[in-house]
Design a protein around this ligand. Structure first.
Ligand code: ATP
Ligand code: PRP
Ligand code: NIO
Length: 487
């Protein structure tokens, strides 16, 4: 929550390494770190970036209080000259990031930090925890919203979230990725997003009978009157009582706009169809039929196939916890170190037995290539900073691992967009985060740039993330030189 200072929200090793950089080498050495992730959560075909605004707030607020310094002293690990440095600490670097709500793919830098090594190292943990969490929940939400196929999805997860922060920022991410509202009132206030809700079983149970409970609710909230019908018997009592109350409202001349029922147990396909027939027969053809109860994208999809007549979905636990895939797996890796003599970045690489895990070295940019006619994404191309591509030239894309797999793009058949934007310059923030509801609009447009094949829930097509020829050659040279130097 914004009032807290998160400077100590870091792993101890970041601070012990910082002291090491401070004492053992040039602490002002400029380096580049990339934050990226390796595979899409929940078997999805893409992810949605989220959390940048909170990263920006965190970076702006970075400073060690006297109290923080005193605490660090008690660990016995840090020397006075380093603690003195921390007292004056301020982020002074550059940061580039992919805007929130953007469709993103594995291995491309979501955030690039160019800063003195001590600063760039410190921010790793907080930056990852923020981006990993919000991008995970945004991606899960995009799947749920996709399954709902145009029906509204309400975020109901706060009570089952892994603590207050997960509830608050999870709701933010869920709104970015397309929920129509959240039950989380604090999130509503903090982010200016719609808050929505119905009522609980306790409301019904607190009255002598269901009908009386419905009547009182309808009297108080005639323009937002969704009645929970499963407390006693959905079809024998709940739906008939709800219909009775709607009839009474109609007789009183109350305009029935946002009214209907919520199903929260039982066979939701069967019950919704029966309830729809009963409501239609009573003349309430536009009543909302909402459902909740441990829903997720698979269940929503199945209920649609079963012909359920549900047109509004309340989704809690499975969305806010991303239950089937509880982590995003974003990492933060050193990509280059500035050579003071030449003023050039020396690329750095992390090796691995697994080709997918070998990092991409150097100072990089991401170019998104769209089909000029359809506006759909063809591929992303990770390039070295400064490489220029012209839409009027042809472009040969190739898979960085299976290099014989190639795609030729003829001149003027594609468009190019740079994905990374600058958010900090010399320690100053140069980026205005959009309002969450504006990010939501942008995200909707972003999703429409994906081919349907990449959006489907099961075995989606994975969009290609290729390397430019220059970057691919640099990477291979580094790999070769490593093997040459370490026979
Ligand atoms: N037609 C359906 N097809 C597939 N899953 C369904 C269908 N209807 C309901 N479900 C899901 O089945 C799961 C379990 O429901 P279950 O019947 O065990 O409990 P319940 O309905 O909550 O019962 P109660 O609360 O009365 O104990 C829920 O996740 C619910 O969303
Ligand atoms: O099932 P989820 O996807 O997590 O959605 C949220 C759930 O929270 C509420 O139940 P709860 O039993 O907590 O309270 P209630 O008495 O209002 O039903 C609501 O009725 C939903 O079933
Ligand atoms: O408003 C609701 O219906 C609601 C809110 C939170 C959790 N479950 C339901």
């Amino acid at each position: 929550m914004s009032q807290r200072n998160l400077t100590l929200l870091t792993d101890l090793y970041e601070l012990t390494m910082m002291q090491g950089y401070f004492k053992e080498k040039d602490a002002n050495e400029t380096v580049i770190f990339d934050a990226f992730y390796r595979s899409n959560p929940s078997g999805n075909g893409y992810a949605i970036s989220a959390g940048l605004e909170q990263v920006i707030e965190y970076i702006k607020d970075l400073s060690f209080s006297e109290d923080d310094v005193d605490y660090l002293r008690t660990t016995g690990l840090f020397e006075e000259d380093f603690l003195e440095y921390l007292r004056k600490f301020k982020f002074s670097g550059d940061i580039y990031a992919i805007p929130e709500g953007t469709v993103i793919f594995p291995r491309e830098p979501i955030i690039k930090v160019i800063a003195p090594i001590m600063e760039a190292q410190l921010v790793e943990t907080a930056l990852l925890t923020i981006i990993n969490h919000q991008s995970l929940i945004a991606t899960k939400t995009a799947r749920v919203v996709y399954a709902a196929a145009g029906d509204g999805v309400m975020e109901f997860g706060l009570r089952r979230a892994q603590g207050p922060d997960a509830g608050i920022y999870g709701a933010r991410a869920a709104m970015i990725a397309g929920c129509v509202g959240t039950s989380n009132v604090l999130a509503g206030k903090m982010f200016g997003v719609p808050i929505k809700g119905t009522h609980a079983h306790s409301w019904i149970m607190s009255f002598p009978d269901e009908l009386t409970a419905f009547r009182h609710y309808a009297k108080l909230y005639p323009t937002s009157c969704i009645l929970l019908v499963d407390t006693y018997d959905t079809l024998k009592s709940g739906v008939p009582n709800a219909i009775k109350v709607f009839q009474e409202m109609r007789e009183k001349g109350i305009a029935l706009t946002n009214y209907g029922i919520r199903l929260d147990s039982g066979d939701l396909a069967y019950l919704s169809k029966k309830a729809k027939r009963m409501l239609d027969e009573a003349g309430f053809t536009d009543a909302v039929i909402s459902a909740s109860n441990d829903l997720d994208e698979t269940l929503i999809n199945s209920l649609k196939i079963q012909g359920a007549t549900i047109n509004s979905w309340g989704v809690g636990t499975n969305l806010i916890t991303s239950k089937d895939c509880p982590s995003f797996g974003g990492v933060y890796k050193l990509a280059a170190v500035l050579d003071k003599k030449t003023g050039q970045f020396t690329p750095k690489i992390k090796l691995s037995e697994n080709a997918e895990k070998i990092t991409n070295p150097g100072n990089k940019e991401i170019k998104r290539i769209y089909n000029r006619e359809t506006g759909k994404i063809i591929a992303d191309l990770i390039c070295l900073t400064g490489e220029t591509l012209k839409e009027s030239d042809s472009l040969l894309l190739f898979d960085p691992i299976e290099t014989w797999k190639k795609t030729y793009l003829a001149p003027n058949t594609y468009t190019i967009r740079d994905l990374l934007v600058q958010v900090f310059k010399g320690g100053e923030c140069v980026y205005d985060s959009p309002a969450v509801m504006d990010i939501r609009e942008y995200c909707k447009k972003e999703l429409s740039t994906l081919w349907e094949e990449s959006r489907r829930l099961v075995n989606p097509h994975q969009v290609h993330v290729d390397l430019s020829k220059a970057l691919w050659e640099m990477k291979n040279q580094l790999l070769d030189s490593y093997h040459y130097n370490n026979p």
